[in-house]
Design a protein around this ligand. Structure first.
Ligand code: SAM
Length: 235
């Protein structure tokens, strides 16, 4: 299953990128006439046939649609950038768990202020190819936490992973949110500062949730919170 940026439709000819050609020819050992699925995030999923194959490129002929396009997810996942390996994991898992938007957030204790957006985007595509989503989550440019909160959409709630949440029952805290537009906020490895936590807890759209008595790494906390959100409020 391959992501291609081109428009898709019956009879269209599509050429893959060089790395994809290598993957198809040398890793999967595919041959002319073999079929594979392609998607571009807009036109649904299509069955395509390998028309020509070389080291540099594979030319595909698009045959028939296998799935119609579905709307993109709406969940806005706000995360402090982490070191590269953990960030790769976090992005992959977020796509698998159905987030619609990836929003990097700069907090007081964010240790990795720069983000490799091309690598992040490549991880999004790879995860989407693997897990079968038809829409690619939107990758937003990093924003400071206070600016993110100042511009928060009025009809969206923000689930805030808070080690000191006023309840020890995350399911109860998420209980009323079925059908609501949601965001999720997970802190950096250094956690949120006390001032940030106070600011967050005072906001009417913020829903603090605990994730158990242990301190989880930020990438683990994200997966746990996304699983809870999907179980309680997701589809
Ligand atoms: N610096 C913090 C400390 O040592 O107390 C730990 C921060 S933790 C590694 C990173 C983020 O994961 C936190 O900011 C929080 O959003 C989330 N997190 C980790 N464990 C959690 C828990 N038990 N409940 C809620 N959120 C948690």
């Amino acid at each position: 299953r391959l992501y291609v940026p081109d428009d898709l439709g019956g009879g269209a000819q599509v050429e893959t990128a060089r790395e994809q050609a290598h993957y198809l020819a040398h890793v999967l050992r595919m041959r002319e006439g073999d079929g594979l699925l392609v998607f571009n995030g807009r036109d649904g999923e299509w069955l395509a046939e390998i028309a020509a194959l070389s080291k540099k490129a594979v030319r595909l002929t698009v045959r028939e649609q296998t799935r119609a396009q579905t709307p993109a997810g709406d969940l806005l996942y706000c995360f402090a950038p982490l070191k590269q390996g953990r960030l790769d994991y976090l992005v992959q898992k977020a796509v698998e768990m159905g987030v619609g938007h990836l929003q990097p957030v700069l907090t007081q204790h964010t240790q990795v202020p720069r983000l490799g957006l091309p690598r992040l985007q490549a991880n999004v595509i790879e995860a989407a190819e693997q897990c079968g989503v038809l829409s690619l989550p939107t990758v937003h440019t990093p924003v400071k936490l206070d600016r993110l909160l100042a511009g928060w959409e009025a009809d969206r709630r923000l689930v805030f992973c808070d080690e000191d949440a006023p309840t020890n029952d995350p399911l109860a805290a998420l209980g009323g949110l079925k059908g609501a537009r949601l965001g999720l906020l997970v802190g950096p490895e250094g956690g949120f500062s006390e001032a940030e936590r106070e600011m967050l807890r005072a906001l009417p759209f913020v829903v603090p949730i605990p994730l158990g008595p242990r301190i989880l790494r930020a990438d683990t906390a994200a997966v746990a919170a996304l699983a809870l959100i999907q179980a309680v409020a997701g589809d």
